[in-house]
Design a protein around this ligand. Structure first.
Ligand SMILES: Nc1ncnc2c1ncn2[C@@H]1O[C@H](COP(=O)(O)OP(=O)(O)O)[C@@H](O)[C@H]1O
Ligand SMILES: [Mg+2]
Length: 415
């Protein structure tokens, strides 16, 4: 095989901030970059160049195996095609290159599949959202790099000030380590108009985190700008209203939020809590709101038959009653749900589009008190804050501009 075809012209193929990270010779690199900076693309480029350069085993890790398949696999296959590979294994998500190197895609959620190998290098894409990322790195991957003195690239948009933040900071003062921080605009693949749009769709802190790669402190409230007066709803349900339901399938609790829409505003007008299962909840809904048109948005895990009996899934129970269930094919990322919720509570330009009847005490309390835990995620330990927030946010997500843009950007299949 002619060796020249595997020498890329970096200046032509990478924008200059990407090339900066690429060219740096540190063994461990930590890159915090905004959404759509070109992180996954750059990561693919780096792992492929290194793997073509030195024969060995390489891991390309995404937060989950499913994400590895959805995001990295197509990218990698597109770059290797037939020219650079001799074997492509679709079920293991593994490519063998012409020089014998093997690049395997892995999910950070399956650490057991990564133990006990010797690696020449690895990439951890979206490192900040890998669960127990410190263990994945310290106990699993770092030891695997030891015999070959392998390299590692950590590349991610920031999420709070957790382990990725520590690595990023420590890299500034450790030998063999280097770190970078680039905004979405620095990448050059998203134009200024789009970033301005995103700024209007998001609350301030989320914008800084997602587009400016800033390590925002997420300690504190999940819905920091909620104001029980300014976000109070005085709407009543009208005879011809279509009721919009948000449900989190959770046995014995079955939190269910009820909204009506008024132009681009969403009003929380009722709440069900404490049904035993989906059947029981549906019975209460039918009893109270028999004659109304209804739309449902639910937890996607309804497919997994969590709280229903008799072989029916929660979602089919609702559908079998003749109602529409509008969901994405999988749950939106929790941070996206939080962001979209906050953008409806109060956008950067001050507009409020989400209103809550103050009669619904559980909802008001949740909005005022629900907080982020030490992992930067909404606290799960309270008796109902998380359930109530989930139920509301599964519905609210679908009515926010933020989510609309998000769905378009990531190309998720809708409904
Ligand atoms: N060097 C590059 N050359 C051509 N297209 C690129 C390059 N880097 C990124 N892109 C494109 O820009 C978009 C965002 O890149 P991606 O790697 O998915 O971003 P991120 O992982 O940071 O969200 C994708 O459509 C990708 O194909
Ligand atoms: Mg990516």
């Amino acid at each position: 095989m002619n060796k020249t075809i595997i020498k890329f012209n970096i200046d032509k193929r990478l924008k200059h901030n990407q090339a900066d990270i690429f060219r740096d010779e540190s063994r461990f690199k930590v890159a915090a970059c905004g959404r759509r900076f070109g992180k996954s693309y750059l990561a693919t480029y780096i792992i492929l160049t290194k793997a073509l350069d030195k024969k060995g085993n390489y891991f390309f890790v995404a937060p989950t195996f499913q994400q590895a398949r959805q995001i990295l696999w197509e990218l990698l296959k597109d770059k290797v095609r037939d020219k650079l590979s001799t074997k492509i294994n679709e079920s293991r998500l593994e490519v063998t290159l012409i020089n014998g190197s093997v690049i395997s895609l892995k999910g950070g959620d399956r650490a057991d599949t990564m133990r006990g190998v010797s690696l020449a290098g690895c990439v951890l894409d979206e490192f900040a959202t890998i669960r127990d990322s410190n263990i994945v790195w310290q106990e699993v991957l770092r030891p695997a790099l030891s015999d070959q003195k392998g390299w590692c690239l950590f590349i991610s948009s920031p999420k709070g000030r957790e382990y990725f933040y520590d690595l990023y900071n420590n890299a500034k003062t450790s030998d063999d380590w280097n770190s970078w921080q680039f905004t979405t605009l620095d990448g050059g693949y998203v134009d200024e108009d789009e970033v301005t749009n995103a700024r209007n769709d998001l609350d301030e802190r989320s914008f800084r985190q997602e587009y400016e790669a800033s390590f925002e402190s997420y300690e504190g409230l999940v819905v920091p700008y909620y104001d029980r007066e300014l976000n109070a709803s005085k709407e009543e349900i009208q005879e011809h209203d279509t009721l919009i339901f948000g449900i989190d399938f959770n046995v014995n609790k079955m939190p269910c939020a009820v909204f009506v829409k008024r132009n681009s505003e969403l009003h929380l007008v009722d709440f069900f809590f404490g049904s035993f299962n989906t059947d029981a909840l549906m019975e209460s809904i039918e009893l109270k709101y028999k004659s109304y048109k209804k739309i449902f948005h639910t937890d996607a895990t309804g497919i997994a038959n969590k709280s229903s009996a008799g072989g029916q899934t929660d979602i089919t129970i609702i559908k079998n009653k003749g109602y529409i269930v509008y969901n994405l094919s999988r749950n939106p990322n929790i941070i996206d749900r939080v962001n979209s919720f906050n953008s409806m509570i109060k956008a950067v330009d001050g507009t409020r589009k989400l209103f809550v009847s103050t009669k619904i005490k559980k909802a008001v309390e949740t909005l005022e008190k629900h907080f982020f835990d030490e992992n930067g995620l909404p606290n799960k330990k309270h008796e109902y804050h998380d359930d109530v927030f989930d139920a509301m946010s599964y519905a609210v997500y679908h009515y926010s501009d933020y989510a609309m843009h998000q769905v378009k950007r990531v190309g998720m299949s809708g409904h």
